[in-house]
Design a protein around this ligand. Structure first.
Ligand code: FCB
Length: 466
């Protein structure tokens, strides 16, 4: 099936083919970029960025954001998009567009608000009903167990025992929705938690220490292993479980030995320090000294759970130089001028193809689901019930083409999930960073579709890149 609109390349190819054989025009439909039949087309969100604080316990992010005096734009997560009471408005728009799957997270502070033990009935009932509503709207539920929001009573990842609490919580959720969810994500971006939350101090809980980063990393891995085992033990055998690993290559544009060395350490920490141990490949050599003091007998076996597929979040590369003052040993530098930007993020499709190929090679050709890709762009105010966001459509097309290029080279890409369903509270960046396919009007919180949602629907109908 041809794809529309015609790209410049296809157009040029087609006219040159026609010129060569004018009597029998041959159109080279090189852009027939379709995926395998059972491809998973979804959108994502998370509790911490969309649900309000109502009817749940206090979380690590509530405390952190209150302590730092709000996000960059002065907003907090008190109200967010009130997803927990308004999800039907969103599901209706997604269903109308043809979206097939919905990635969301459970708020642990809604399930066990004040303490360990028996779950809160109201919280359980909420997710039970929400999942039924997803199914009624043709959306396959893809739960994320832990997307960074942790109940205060559970402490933090400096404590080894957190893995036991996490496994209990995992078992509760598996029993609740295991009959309806076939694809699970345990952690969102587990590697980001120790780096940003315990090393750099820019995410909850806000510690700034290299030593804490090592402890948290190992305990995140332990919790990851134990939670995966708990979900496996309490769901049917067809359930596939992984995490959404954020893959972001680090480069040192200066090329000096010092900068390259600093970039290699952070690259190993960010990209390899969770998936490698989870796949039974151990800690990367550069990371080993940071975690060594915390490893106990049997830990590496408990961690090596071998996920059933590789969940891959990708946005762009990162550019750094050495900075001995920072716990992580680096500081960010400007991306090369030739890379286009989506606000602060470089637009980096070629790297997307590369990271997909690398995950394929590094982890034994696993099935891969692109669990996040997305773009914050400047966009017009809503008009006549729609938001025009042509730049987002252009970037989406570029990243989907890049993913398709990897697929054509043998990567077992099984799905693509756009981040995010709606505009939401983008952690420390606040409400101004808009990634959504659906606009959230302020202060009414009315959901208004963007043209990018319509475009994504076209891709879904085509089962490929429109
Ligand atoms: C990802 C996070 C998600 C959101 C997007 C923009 O790294 O998983 O929660 O912040 O970035």
């Amino acid at each position: 099936m041809p794809s529309f609109p015609l790209s410049r390349r296809t157009f040029l190819q087609s006219i040159s083919a026609a010129a060569a054989a004018p009597l029998v025009p041959r159109f080279a439909w090189a852009d027939n970029l379709t995926f395998a039949q059972d491809f998973l087309w979804g959108v994502a969100g998370s509790a911490g960025e969309t649900e309000s604080r109502a009817n749940r316990g206090r979380s690590n992010w509530d405390v952190f954001i209150d302590n730092v005096g709000g996000s960059k734009d002065g907003t907090t997560n008190v109200r967010n998009t009130e997803f927990e009471t308004r999800y039907l408005d969103e599901f209706k728009l997604l269903q109308a567009a043809g979206v097939k799957a919905f990635r969301f997270s459970f708020a642990w502070p809604r399930i066990q608000p004040e303490t360990a033990g028996a779950p809160n009935a109201r919280g359980m009932d909420h997710y039970d009903r929400m999942i039924d509503a997803m199914l009624e709207h043709g959306l396959e539920p893809i739960p994320t167990l832990f997307h960074w929001d942790m109940p205060l009573w559970a402490g933090d990842f400096l404590d080894r025992d957190v893995s036991r609490k996490m496994a209990d919580y995992a078992e509760i959720m598996a029993r609740l929705v295991g009959d309806r969810a076939n694809t699970w994500l345990l952690f969102n971006e587990p590697g980001v938690i120790p780096i940003f939350g315990y090393g750099q101090g820019v995410f909850a809980p806000g510690y700034r220490s290299r030593r804490y980063m090592g402890a948290a990393l190992h305990h995140v891995n332990l919790a990851h292993g134990r939670a995966l085992a708990a979900i496996r033990a309490n769901t049917h055998s067809g359930t596939r479980i992984s995490s959404a690993f954020n893959i972001m290559p680090f480069e040192a544009p200066s090329g000096t030995a010092e900068d390259r060395q600093a970039a290699s350490l952070v690259d190993a920490l960010w990209n390899d320090a969770v998936p490698r141990p989870a796949y039974g490949l151990g800690y990367p050599e550069l990371v080993q000294p940071l975690v060594e003091p915390y490893i106990q007998n049997g830990d590496m076996e408990a961690i090596a759970v071998k996920p059933d597929f590789f969940g891959l979040n990708f946005y762009s590369r990162s550019f750094v130089k050495a900075d001995p003052e920072s716990p992580l040993g680096i500081t960010l530098v400007e991306p090369p001028a030739e890379l286009a930007r989506t606000e602060e993020l470089p637009y980096d499709p070629d790297t997307y193809t590369k990271v997909l190929l690398k995950a394929h090679q590094d982890y034994g050709a696993p099935d891969i689901i692109a669990t996040e890709f997305g773009f914050p762009v400047a966009e017009a105010a809503p008009k006549d019930g729609w938001v025009e966001d042509p730049l987002r459509i252009q970037y989406m097309q570029g990243y989907m083409r890049a993913a398709h290029a990897a697929y054509q080279q043998g990567v077992k890409l099984k799905g693509m999930i756009y981040w995010s369903s709606t505009d939401n509270w983008e952690w420390v960046l606040g409400l101004q960073k808009r990634f959504g396919l659906i606009h959230i009007d302020q202060p009414s919180l009315t959901r208004i579709p963007k043209r990018s949602l319509e475009y994504f629907g076209k891709c879904i109908r085509l089962n490929g890149v429109a």
